[in-house]
Design a protein around this ligand. Structure first.
Ligand code: ATP
Ligand code: MG
Length: 358
């Protein structure tokens, strides 16, 4: 094809105010490249996605900007998901680049569209986790059931044998020990069952600070022995919220116990309760310790069943806690850094969302 002398200048133009207004209003990042593949326009969404102001983008080559760590992008163009280093985060972006032709079919530049895929990646991770939890729940329930039946048989036989022996028979001691160990195994299996079985919520309005006081009372001796002070900070006018008292008591038992166990050399456990009104009534409870903290590589796993770093832990406390909080329509998150303690943050709705209220 013969290239006419004026063709070089025939590059895509910056959009006028009307088109710019439309492009700035959409959520997808739209970037226009001239024939030299340099950026001549970037809409608001693309500035946000790339974390750079428009004037820092203009004149740059888009592919060099995106290509750190994405060798596959090459010099020609890209289509697919890439990872873009935005600050400290590695953000997944869906990128497509297509040529822009004029009415004579001549290429005048390129249009790139960018979509932030972070939420899709997060959702995918959640689905995989939920599948694993469902499988584990089913598996532990079957296993617990299969072990419980023969265990009941062993216990009955041991008890029968125990009764046949005279009161002063020294062999009674062995049988007592067997029966005690069977009871311990049964307790363990009950914990597995309580994890596997979805529990019905027995809701009744409750002042959350009363519940915390109850748990504090149960653990006061343990805290004292470890040289740990428990501090309570309660906001004014906290409304009663619908809770299953027993289940929620288990939540705070698990959180308090973990906190105490993280402070072997003494420390402070702070419980803070306040009201949050966005988007509707929420109560926020923070359980904060000054313990060893959680390693960053452990943070994504601590709510998984059977994840533990303790020699005698089952790794079920937090997964049960998570399940109960979600059952109440709430959420639980953690903030922690190694050596600086941990804070578990619970948000509980003042009303359970049964679909009937605003
Ligand atoms: N407050 C905390 N401080 C430091 N690490 C914590 C804290 N809470 C939880 N963890 C970490 O999360 C892991 C999982 O906690 P989780 O309560 O589920 O199980 P566990 O305490 O190990 O065993 P158990 O089943 O007896 O509760 C712990 O082993 C620990 O590594
Ligand atoms: Mg625990």
């Amino acid at each position: 094809m013969v290239v006419k002398s004026n063709e070089k200048s025939r590059s895509v133009e910056r959009p006028g105010p009307f088109v710019k207004g439309i492009l700035d209003g959409i959520e997808t990042g739209v970037i226009l490249l001239d024939r030299g593949e340099k950026i001549i326009f970037a809409n608001k969404a693309s500035e946000e996605i790339l974390g750079k102001k428009g004037d820092l983008l203009l004149g740059k080559r888009l592919l060099s900007l995106l290509s750190q760590g994405n060798e596959s992008l090459g010099g020609k163009g890209g289509d697919g998901t890439i990872f873009f280093q935005k600050g400290k985060e590695n953000t997944p972006l869906k990128l497509s680049i297509f040529p822009y032709h004029d009415y004579l079919g001549r290429e005048r530049g390129k249009v790139a569209s960018l979509q932030d895929m972070t939420h899709v990646y997060k959702m995918h991770g959640e689905i995989v986790k939920m599948d694993r939890l469902a499988y584990l729940g089913e598996f532990s329930s079957t296993l617990a059931h299969e072990i419980r039946n023969p265990l009941a048989g062993i216990k009955t036989t041991a008890q029968a044998l125990n009764e046949e022996l005279g009161n002063d028979d020294p062999r009674k001691e062995y049988l007592d020990r067997i029966i005690k160990e069977i009871d311990r195994l049964n307790d363990l299996l009950r914990t597995f069952f309580s994890f596997a079985k979805p529990k019905h919520l027995n809701l009744a309005p409750c002042q959350i600070q009363d519940l915390i006081k109850e748990v504090k009372g149960l653990l006061a001796k343990e805290a004292e022995n470890r040289g740990i002070k428990i501090k309570e900070i309660y906001g004014n006018g906290l409304p009663p919220i619908p809770l299953d008292f027993n289940q929620m008591q288990q939540v705070f038992m698990n959180l308090f116990l973990n906190a105490l166990q993280s402070m072997s050399a003494g420390g402070k456990l702070t419980v803070e309760i306040k009201r949050r009104n966005l988007p509707r009534g929420w109560i926020q409870v923070k359980v904060k310790d000054t313990g060893v903290g959680i390693k960053p590589e452990h943070l994504p796993k601590i709510f998984d069943p059977f994840f533990t770093t303790k020699s005698k832990g089952l790794g079920l406390g937090l997964s049960i806690t998570h399940k109960i909080v979600e059952g109440h329509g709430g959420k639980i998150e953690v903030e922690s850094s190694q050596g600086n303690g941990s804070t578990f943050i619970l948000d509980l709705p003042v009303k359970i969302d049964d679909g009937s209220q605003a």
